[in-house]
Design a protein around this ligand. Structure first.
Ligand code: NAD
Ligand code: MG
Length: 396
């Protein structure tokens, strides 16, 4: 089956998710199958230009204005427009496209994603930070403009697939799995000595360094629990995390009749990306097929709260909502930067985030009802400032 030609944009095209999206688009026929509106990246303008040429995109945007001359040069003679900066990213999201991949990393992904939703597009959402910081704003914007959000986190795509044809009211629990990360089997007291290199290895998934470290600390899973709460609009008590070292079952949905629907697949993000790209159809995908007889057994365990304090912090964030997600995400980013720079120990990251949440709750009250891009930006800046102060004052 060939997909009908349609128009697409890829935000964060040069990243890990962006490259996998590009790979699937090229395999499906590239410019013969899709009209590409916009591709965006940051400093890797050579790669961005190469992708834009291959897909004959209308426009390529670099987030960094100092990279614009290099992008222009790399695109010379191609007919692809070059643009740069935050406003250009939003302008690119304003251009008509049927399907938009949101794969910018961090808070910067929110504004282009919101712009795409305001135009009623289908948004394939990998940028989990947008749901964590601005879940209600994103979901309300989608509903108000008849836009659709398709999840592109492996766990959330798995839940979405297990829910096909089901009523959310019949859901009793949603279980997302976690590998347990690099330190799953380390003695707790050794964690304070964990190095950046040790935290940067993942047992199953090949991903960027930051998300790999976030897997070791389960800050990534904490973000995903909040993402589940916001995307599926379920009560936080229904969401569980299960340690599953093999990373083959991505999520399970439990229904009120006791049935559990599990989603299994190879740990390859092209599953979730391909599902969103072809939805509501299923297309052939170039991912490994599981040989369960050869795999033999799958194992599961409850996460130890002492090893993964980020999971407890996620519960706090869900109880407060409002600006708590923005504060949590920003403090986590700052703590991760400090860990990578050797200024903070591995367990120190959770300590910093906890401290920032407590300070911001006491100062301003994070649980406000109405969030906007403006107050989210402010909360993001304030949480980073406080985190840096906490890190500088106490070497944790
Ligand atoms: P990445 O770092 O590999 O790529 C990020 C992309 O965003 C790049 O194109 C980069 O140029 C661009 N970018 C970086 N900073 C920017 C800024 N300030 N403004 C605009 N663009 C900017 O990240 P990734 O691993 O591809 O992850 C992208 C998103 O998908 C993240 O939100 C991540 O949590 C989520 N995600 C990733 C995976 C995975 O396997 N890598 C899995 C699930 C979810
Ligand atoms: Mg995930």
């Amino acid at each position: 089956m060939t997909a009908a030609p349609r128009s697409i944009s890829i935000f964060g095209a040069t990243g890990s998710i962006g490259e996998s999206t590009f790979d699937l688009v090229m395999r499906a026929g590239g410019p013969a199958a899709f009209h590409t509106v916009a591709l965006t990246g940051a400093r890797n303008v050579a790669r961005l230009a190469e992708m834009a040429r291959a897909l004959r995109a209308e426009v390529a945007v670099t987030a960094d204005p100092t990279c614009l001359p290099a992008l222009r040069e790399a695109l010379a003679g191609s007919g692809v427009e070059a643009a740069a900066g935050e406003a250009a990213l939003v302008e690119a999201a304003d251009r008509p496209a049927d399907w938009v991949m949101s794969a910018i990393v961090g808070f910067a992904g929110l504004a282009p994603g919101l712009a795409a939703l305001r135009h009623g597009r289908t948004l394939a959402l990998a940028n989990k930070e947008s749901l964590v910081t601005a879940g209600p704003l994103l979901m309300e914007t989608a509903a108000a403009h008849g836009a659709r959000i398709l999840p592109v986190d492996s766990e959330h795509s798995a839940v979405f697939q297990a829910l096909a044809g089901e009523e959310i009211a019949a859901v009793e629990r949603i279980i997302i799995t976690a590998s347990g990360g690099a330190f799953r089997d380390w003695p707790l007291e050794r964690l304070a000595q964990a190095s950046v290199a040790e935290a940067s290895t993942h047992p199953n998934w090949a991903m960027g360094q930051r998300i790999t470290i976030d897997s070791a600390s389960m800050f990534n899973k904490a973000l995903e629990v909040i993402e589940t709460r916001e995307y599926f609009n379920v009560a936080p008590e229904l969401i569980e995390v299960l340690v599953h070292p093999e990373s083959l079952v991505h999520a399970l949905v439990g229904f009120r009749d006791g049935a559990l629907m599990a989603h299994l697949g190879a740990p390859d993000m092209r599953h979730a990306i391909g599902y969103a790209l072809n939805w509501p159809d299923r297309a052939h995908l170039p991912v490994a097929r599981l040989d369960l007889a050869q795999i033999g057994r799958l194992s599961f365990a409850a996460p130890d709260p002492a090893r993964y304090p980020a999971l407890t912090l996620a519960r706090e964030v869900m109880a407060i909502r409002g600006l708590a997600g923005a504060a949590f995400n920003a403090a986590k980013e700052a703590a991760l930067d400090a860990f990578i720079a050797g200024q903070l120990s591995f367990p120190g990251m959770a300590g910093v985030v906890e401290d920032v949440l407590a300070r911001m709750s006491a100062q301003t009250g994070l649980g406000i009802a109405t969030i906007s891009l403006d107050n989210l930006r402010q909360a993001d800046r304030e949480a980073r400032r406080l985190a840096e102060a906490v890190i500088a004052s106490a070497r944790i």
